[in-house]
Write a protein that binds this ligand. Structure first.
Ligand SMILES: NC(=O)c1ccc[n+]([C@@H]2O[C@H](COP(=O)([O-])OP(=O)(O)OC[C@H]3O[C@@H](n4cnc5c(N)ncnc54)[C@H](O)[C@@H]3O)[C@@H](O)[C@H]2O)c1
Length: 410
């Protein structure tokens, strides 16, 4: 990501990790409790989250609590300096920014040789890989936690089909995660990443948001706040109606394709934007993903054109047979993670604090739980919310006996 000499890269990463730590008071307070209770002491924890300064702080907090921490991350989602800084801090790091697909697979094999007891995953990539290629390891694992919507969705299918062999805590399903991380965090970071990468302005542009779930709502809100005219495409009529009530135009991507200037895919579903859609789009249209990954865009079709040119860092231009150009940001990966520094520090403080608690919960409960998907407990959600509220100097109304009685009377 940087042309600076290695020493500078490591220094820069160390400063970025320290900067993130300053904005993560909740994780920092949890770290003390985790260390004191000792449940993670000596356990092997494997982390598969996007490798950037905030997740580095989670990894360091778990190490501080006595765990042996290993990290694997796909090349495009790795911040090189952060990977090397964690290595220097004594973690086992299997992540290289420049890794090819083959090298990533090799790094993943090295990661699994650390025989993690617990996996903290994003997109269920490691959990799926472990079940496919390392069933012997899965037998011995205590469990896992999953960060994102599409990961939990895949794990539910695995469970329905009877192939999931470990208990997984669905961090993604927690209100603390999707209400803040997906809406405010991803909304802000994806829109800002697009603007930073392209140096364009959003005001007055016609922006299509494909999918109006948590992420789509956040992207639409942030784009509209910067003056974009937002169109939402949905397959769910109620979500589409919600978009309409939020003040956005609602139109299918097929219908709006000729008019849109920028497209954010935010569905988590493969093939949300198709070749047929792209062929109807105007010259110079910009495509990017805020959702699950490059699989939402027709990257196979675009790459097969054989016309890809990097016209600016993180911006690839494709010439189509119809004589038009299509611009893709960050090779179609989630642009906030692959080509920017991920979600804002405050929201990641919340999400990663849930992971820290989830790791402790798996350490203490994992062996007693049959395979399945488990929620983050309401007590943990409340503890994380309260820690943040305390930090902000906010106060809560007391639920008095009178109020409780009033709420439970008829
Ligand atoms: N980039 C990030 O940092 C980040 C952060 C959080 C979540 N995510 C990912 O973003 C994706 C969306 O997450 P979410 O929490 O908003 O999920 P969600 O399930 O709340 O929303 C997805 C929406 O897409 C709609 N949809 C599905 N296919 C569609 C299609 N072809 N056309 C139009 N609409 C379609 C669904 O009806 C749904 O409303 C997931 O893959 C999630 O893992 C990314």
């Amino acid at each position: 990501m940087s042309d600076a000499p290695p020493g500078d890269v490591a220094d820069d990463a160390a400063r970025r990790i320290a900067w993130a730590a300053r904005g993560m008071p909740v994780l920092s307070s949890i770290q003390e409790g985790l260390t004191a209770r000792g449940a993670l002491n000596g356990l092997r924890i494997g982390i598969g989250l996007v490798l950037e300064p905030k997740t580095a702080n989670l990894a360091l907090a778990l190490q501080h609590a006595g765990a042996q921490v290993s990290v694997h991350c796909r090349g495009r989602l790795t911040t090189e300096g952060v990977a090397r800084a964690l290595e220097a801090a004594g973690l086992q790091v299997y992540a290289e920014r420049a890794a090819t697909q083959e090298r990533d697979a090799e790094l993943a094999r090295g990661f699994f040789q650390t025989r993690p007891d617990i996996l903290l995953d994003d997109g269920a990539e490691l959990i799926r890989l472990a079940h496919r290629e390392h069933p012997d390891l899965v037998e011995d694992m205590l469990g896992a936690a999953e960060e994102t919507t599409s990961g939990v969705q895949a794990l539910r299918v695995m469970h329905e089909q009877g192939v999931l062999k470990i208990p997984v805590i669905a961090v993604s399903d927690s209100r603390i995660k999707h209400l803040f991380d997906n809406v405010y965090g991803t909304g802000q970071s994806c829109v800002m990443a697009l603007l930073d990468i392209t140096n364009l302005q959003l005001a007055g542009r016609l922006v299509m948001v494909v999918g109006y779930g948590w992420v789509g709502q956040g992207v639409a809100r942030h784009a509209a706040a910067l003056g974009a005219r937002v169109i939402v495409s949905e397959i769910d009529a109620v979500k589409a109606l919600q978009a309409l009530h939020d003040g956005h135009r609602v139109q299918s991507l097929s219908d709006a394709a000729p008019d849109v200037e920028i497209v954010f895919a935010a569905t988590g579903v493969a093939g949300a934007v198709t070749r047929a859609h792209v062929e109807r789009m105007q010259d110079g249209v910009i495509l990017c993903t805020a959702g699950g990954g490059a699989f939402e865009l027709p990257m196979g079709y675009l790459n097969a054109l054989g016309t890809a040119t990097e016209v600016r860092p993180s911006v690839t231009e494709y010439a189509t047979p119809a004589g038009k150009t299509v611009l893709v940001i960050g090779q179609g990966d989630c642009l906030n993670c692959s080509d920017a520094e991920g979600n804002p520090i405050e929201v990641m403080d919340l999400s990663l604090s849930l992971h820290a608690f989830a790791a402790e919960g798996i350490a203490t409960e994992g062996r007693n739980r049959p395979p399945g998907i488990y929620p983050v407990s309401p007590q943990i959600e409340t503890a994380v919310a309260q820690a943040r509220l305390r930090h902000e100097g906010a106060t809560l109304e007391t639920l008095t006996e009178e109020l409780f009685a009033a709420m439970h009377s008829w």
